[in-house]
Design a protein around this ligand. Structure first.
Ligand code: ZN
Length: 92
């Protein structure tokens, strides 16, 4: 078992052939919006197995980053906050 709810989710996120996107640092799942940009429409259930997906950590991320004195896009944000490392560590 990998990081995601089922084999299909795992595969599609890795292969990037369908419009599903996973943002590790926010723990968000979404569908790519087809406007050429990077926006996504959040999804709360897996389209393949139907399982409820974990809640987004976007708000917590911004709180944490601001608490550390950073703003969005600050090049000095430590690397662990740019991946899922920060919330995986916190959950251990
Ligand atoms: Zn699934």
């Amino acid at each position: 078992m990998g990081t995601h709810c089922c084999e299909q989710m795992e595969r599609h996120i890795n292969e990037k052939e369908v419009a599903i996107v996973y943002l590790p640092k926010f723990r968000e799942y979404g569908l790519k919006i087809l406007d050429g940009g990077t926006s996504i429409q959040l999804v709360h259930f897996c389209p393949w197995c139907g399982q409820g997906l974990p809640e987004s950590l976007r708000d917590s991320w911004f709180e944490l980053i601001r608490g550390l004195g950073f703003e969005w896009g600050d090049p000095d944000i430590p690397a662990k906050y740019l991946s899922e490392a920060w919330w995986r560590e916190a959950n251990e």
